[in-house]
Design a protein around this ligand. Structure first.
Ligand code: URA
Ligand code: CA
Length: 442
């Protein structure tokens, strides 16, 4: 088999066989296929597309390019949640203890991520002494005994995807449905979950900007999961403005604590109840989504969900006093209020740009090597649809950077929000639910 022939075949719009896809992934992972040939094939796939069979084969090949985690030592149905990524997404921090408090095992492998803020691991590390490096035995035991553990991803999950994703990133071949779906699903499937709930973000803060694209991506991922024997559901949710109020690491830990105590932002709470209700359903813990949602609300109102969070932090070595007294979390030196200079209604908040503002204040990594400031970020005070008066605080910056940076970020922030004279309606958060039975749009 020769890479050259595969490239020509796809360039001419033909279907690649299972053997050809396996060959490509194997040889590219081992370094026997060079980046220039892989890039050419990716570009051919981008233009000529892949059918479902090819997409599933690609997913399987990437899934098996490294370790496939065996979670069978953990009792019960393990449901994993995956978000395609957005700005200020605090859901994992809330959902992990919330689901565990319902008696459903949460065996979560998380990443750090590049971007506006750190990943779930960075957020958890803003809790003093929190340990993310559990051995596989500790991980298994913690989930069996306490229903919850969160660890850092082992290095060898879908290495083919890691390499290909980096290549796609610099060759203009990221936004192809088959390539995105296989990339995400190969990692999820290799992480050992029995069932998967996907949160597919759509809007200015997501990499899919239109609802049609989100539906197609969701359908493809749900089909891949189901064909691989994993019950899979996708929710399509709004990411046109940041989720909740907090964007930043310790700021989001506080937001998660508030949400677990029933004092969280409306949108974040709604998203957690929706995703969580589906997770309980797939775990077989409840018979209907409505029953699941009701149980989650009970667990929040009774305080059990918050207790589970404290237990989880304590078992992984974290300092629980930080959870009880959030003043002990990392704090920025400079707190700066961004005020409106007009009257009106918030019409738009370009999510990814607001995310970049948070990153510039120190909350995220610009490159893999950059340091992250766990205390830094943005607390938004107004969301789309809210009325503002001249002088009202729209957002509060938390940062250790100097005044010059703060001013630059403030300018960028103002460029990316629109305040209208006319009343603006609130945005709908949950846009659709996608299952093997079809799409329900709201
Ligand atoms: N996230 C991924 O993991 N892969 C993609 O291709 C796009 C987003
Ligand atoms: Ca948030």
């Amino acid at each position: 088999m020769r890479m050259y022939d595969l490239i020509i075949k796809k360039r001419n719009g033909e279907e690649l066989s299972t053997e050809e896809i396996n060959y490509f992934i194997e040889k590219y992972t081992s370094g026997d296929v060079e980046d220039y040939q892989a890039s050419a094939l990716l570009m051919a796939i981008f233009f000529k597309k892949m059918n479902m069979r090819e997409t599933v084969d690609l997913t399987k090949a990437m899934m098996h390019s490294g370790d496939v985690i065996d979670l069978t030592a953990i009792e019960g149905i393990k449901v994993d949640k995956h978000s395609t990524g957005g700005v200020g997404d605090t859901t994992t921090l809330v959902l992990a203890p919330l689901i565990a408090s319902c008696g459903v095992p949460v065996a979560k492998m998380s990443g750090r991520g590049l971007g506006h803020t750190g990943g779930t691991l960075d957020k958890l590390e803003s809790i003093k002494d929190f340990r993310i490096g559990l051995s596989i035995d500790e991980f298994t035991n913690n989930v069996n005994n306490n229903k919850i553990a969160v660890v850092g991803q082992t290095k060898n999950i879908a290495p083919a995807d890691k390499k290909l994703y980096a290549l796609r990133d610099v060759t203009g071949t990221v936004d192809n449905i088959s390539l995105i779906a296989s990339s995400i699903m190969s990692k999820k499937l290799a992480s050992g979950a029995d069932a998967i709930v996907l949160d597919v973000k759509v809007g200015s803060g997501a990499f899919i900007h239109d609802i049609e694209g989100a539906k197609e991506l969701s359908k493809t991922m749900v089909e891949i999961g189901s064909l691989m024997g994993r019950n899979t559901i996708a929710l399509i949710t709004d990411m046109d403005q940041p989720l909740g109020y907090a964007i930043g690491n310790s700021l989001e830990v506080i937001e998660a604590i508030d949400t677990l105590n029933n004092k969280g932002p409306k949108d974040l709470t709604e998203l957690c109840l929706n995703l969580g209700g589906k997770m309980l359903l797939l775990a077989g813990r409840v018979k209907t989504f409505e029953e699941g949602e009701k149980l989650l609300i009970e667990k929040i109102e009774s305080g059990e969900a918050f207790e589970k969070f404290k237990e989880f932090v304590s078992i992984q070595g974290g300092d629980v006093s930080v959870i009880e007294n959030i003043d002990l979390l990392p704090k920025s030196k400079n707190i700066y209020e961004v005020k409106s200079d007009v009257d009106g209604y918030i019409e738009k908040m370009i999510a990814d740009e607001i995310g970049i503002c948070a990153m510039m204040l120190g909350a995220g990594r610009e490159t893999k090597e950059s340091d992250i400031d766990l205390s830094a970020g943005i607390l938004i005070r107004k969301k789309v649809g809210d009325e503002v008066k001249k002088g009202d605080i729209i957002a509060v910056f938390h940062t250790n950077k100097d005044e010059e940076v703060i001013k630059t970020v403030e300018n960028r922030f103002f460029k990316n929000i629109t305040i209208s004279k006319n009343k603006v309606s609130e945005k709908k958060l949950i846009k659709a639910v996608v299952t093997m039975d079809g799409i329900d749009e709201f």
